[in-house]
Design a protein around this ligand. Structure first.
Ligand SMILES: [Zn+2]
Ligand SMILES: [Zn+2]
Length: 157
């Protein structure tokens, strides 16, 4: 069973996506793929796949029974990655009852507290960094202006 290395979608009858292996033997093309993914330091193995969501429509050959990638296709659609919790790496998905919060980049004092509490060492969140609601006390959600972070012991990773 394949899982997309980028968006973590699993191959299933219901995903409505096709899964395509990395061109591991075609070094030049592979470099193009990784460049588009912005993962130059990462190396796929023979079983790594990307799902069809990352390829433009005209990359596919739909004339056969199986949908295949046309030769020299390069995935280009990575501009909408799923958000990931910086602490527990849970992915933001619809319907799992978990909210995601951006770091308060404009409030250094509060942010310091967040970072100290999630205990991941010297690290600076970006505007794309999130924490999931597992790391907040329920009372944090009532007053947005005073959102305080409190990590539950059992969610520390
Ligand atoms: Zn994908
Ligand atoms: Zn989390």
């Amino acid at each position: 069973m394949s899982t997309c290395v980028f968006c973590k979608t699993k191959q299933s009858k219901y995903s409505g996506r096709s899964f395509h292996k990395f061109p591991v033997k075609d070094v030049l093309r592979l470099q193009q793929w990784l460049k588009e993914m912005k993962r130059k330091d990462w190396k796929p193995n023979r079983n790594s796949t990307l799902c069809s969501a990352h390829f433009a429509n005209d990359c596919f050959d739909r004339t056969g029974f199986l949908i295949t990638l046309k030769k020299n296709s390069v995935p280009t659609i990575f501009d909408n990655p799923k958000s990931e919790c910086s602490s527990c790496h849970r992915l933001r998905e619809y319907g799992h009852g978990c909210s995601f919060f951006k770091f308060p980049l404009d409030e250094p004092d509060i942010m310091k507290q967040w970072i100290a509490n999630i205990n991941i060492g010297p690290w600076s969140p970006s505007s794309d960094s999130f924490l999931c609601s597992d790391h907040f006390e329920p009372s944090s959600f009532q007053k947005k202006s005073q959102r305080k972070l409190s990590v539950h012991e059992d969610t520390l990773m």
